[in-house]
Design a binder for this molecule. Structure first.
Ligand code: GNR
Ligand code: NI
Length: 171
């Protein structure tokens, strides 16, 4: 396993539409392992492959509570939302590619989705609460969408500008 570098705003790769994975190869398993290690190290509760500059439809997640609780690593390949609840819920979201910025986002409170697991098996699952928020946040990454896209233009422009300026300072 290896920790990979997480790309941050204004890196244009974050706007790429990631490609479906055709087959679970050793390389895909290696990427999933590296992403889990990178996610735990960050630390974050979810990670999309594009955040480590791999434009593939692969997501890792672990929603287990901080201390004491066992790790619960999850890997979702080519995830697709099948249906969403009418009910909405608001969560304060953050993103490892937009460090130290948090804002409330409203999304469907639960979603039904389909994905392929690491054994190449198609599976269907229902997500609610933080799981629903996180899977939607990660699937957005696969489509080049960031949570700041749901904020007002004023807030979005402010955060984009802040990160563009910071990038210029470092060179
Ligand atoms: O670590 C993360 N926490 C989080 C909190 C609320 C809503 C979504 C997330 S995902 C984020 C990690 C990340 O950037 N995944 O793409
Ligand atoms: Ni994110």
């Amino acid at each position: 396993m290896a920790i990979r570098e997480i790309i941050i705003l204004p890196d244009k790769q974050l706007r790429l539409v990631s490609k479906p994975i055709e087959k679970v190869t050793a390389q895909v398993r290696k990427l999933a392992d590296d992403m889990l290690e990178t996610m735990y190290d960050a630390p974050g509760i979810g990670l999309a492959a594009i955040q480590v500059a791999e434009p593939l439809r692969l997501i890792t997640m672990d929603l287990s509570k901080k201390e004491g609780e066992e790790k619960a690593p999850r890997v979702f390949i080519n995830p697709e939302i099948l249906s969403v609840s009418e009910e909405l819920s608001v969560y304060e979201e953050g993103c490892l590619s937009i460090p130290e910025y948090y804002e409330e986002v409203e999304r469907p409170a639960s979603v039904r989705f389909r994905y392929m697991d690491l054994d190449g098996k198609m599976r269907e699952e229902e997500a609610s609460d933080l799981f629903a928020t996180c899977i939607q946040h990660e699937i957005d990454h696969l489509n080049g969408v960031l949570f700041v896209d749901y904020l007002s233009k004023l807030k979005r422009d402010r955060v984009l500008k802040k990160f563009t300026k910071a990038a210029k300072r470092v060179g």
